[in-house]
Design a protein around this ligand. Structure first.
Ligand code: C2E
Ligand code: CA
Length: 262
């Protein structure tokens, strides 16, 4: 894996080579697609797709992360406005952000711009990644509250794999995502399964949504469904899709939406 420098990322931004990929979320197997997660990609000058593992550290350690997220939001808003007629009545669109961006005063402006540009049946969601430490202060709490008052959902991503801290759970949040590192474990009674079970109990007690990500097999899906998980994401359902494939995918799924509502 080649690591990209900040200069490479800035050049990609200037040359419009930052792209949004979309991974669908589902409520149940074979059911409606209830939303998408936006995953950043850089397209190299040779037209290869570069994954976040090559540049996410450099990106999140820089101030460019705001511009990259704004670019992804603009591209996604445009895509959704084109697809608007085939989206279901409630559709969630999630972006990944780290603690530094959460505490950047410009975040509210780009979220507000996104909301203005997208139809009202779309709910903006921010997934807070744990790669960078949170501040755990009053200002951070107020930032989360203000975003929620704007109608933005706040979800804790990859919970338990990075700078987790129980005080994050005292913030008013809308959901938790169980990381694939726990889900990938197929051994019964492993510590990963115990944690998984406790995360579901915690979400139920807190009355918030819980999403399982990185679901790859039917065995995993059935185990997680039996635990009472609401939402699923992973290769079993769909890989992250380019914009062209997403349009096709949602049009095909629209058959299900139409059938369900008629
Ligand atoms: P994440 O938020 O945990 O996103 C899920 C990652 O798991 C994605 O990797 C996705 O492609 C991959 N994935 C999804 N389903 C499966 C599955 O069934 N099996 C396996 N093995 N993997 C699966 P990706 O796209 O490489 O993204 C990696 C991380 O980069 C993301 O992890 C997220 O934390 C971060 N990231 C992505 N886009 C952005 C962004 O725009 N901003 C920031 N700050 N971080 C981002
Ligand atoms: Ca995520």
């Amino acid at each position: 894996m080649d690591t990209m420098t900040l200069q490479n990322i800035m050049t990609a931004l200037q040359e419009d080579r930052i792209e949004a990929f979309f991974q669908p979320l589902f409520e149940i197997w074979g059911g409606e697609c209830t939303g998408i997660e936006i995953l950043v990609r850089i397209i190299s000058s040779e037209k290869n797709i570069i994954l976040p593992e090559s540049f996410i550290t450099a990106l999140e350690n820089s101030s460019v992360t705001l511009s990259v997220t704004e670019r992804l939001m603009n591209k996604t808003a445009y895509t959704l406005s084109v697809l608007h007629s085939i989206l279901p009545s409630n559709f969630t669109v999630a972006f990944n952000i780290c603690a530094d961006l959460l505490n950047n005063p410009e975040l509210k402006r780009i979220c507000n711009d996104f909301q203005q540009k997208t139809p009202s049946n779309i709910t903006l969601c921010l997934e807070l990644t744990e790669r960078k430490p949170f501040h755990h202060d009053r200002e951070e709490e107020v930032n989360i509250l203000t975003l929620r008052q704007m109608g933005v959902k706040i979800v804790l991503d990859d919970f338990g794999t990075g700078h987790s801290n129980m005080s994050l759970l005292t913030y008013a949040i809308d959901g938790l995502k169980i990381p694939k590192a726990f889900i990938a474990f197929d051994e019964k009674m492993s510590i990963q399964h115990i944690i998984e079970k406790n995360m579901v109990m915690l979400a139920k007690e807190m009355d918030i949504d819980i999403t399982a990500e990185g679901v790859e097999t039917l065995n995993q899906y059935n185990r997680l469904k039996d635990l009472g998980i609401n939402y699923f994401q992973g290769y079993l359902f769909s890989q992250p899709l380019s914009i062209h494939v997403l349009s096709e995918y949602l049009r095909r799924n629209n058959v299900i939406f139409t059938k369900k509502t008629s």
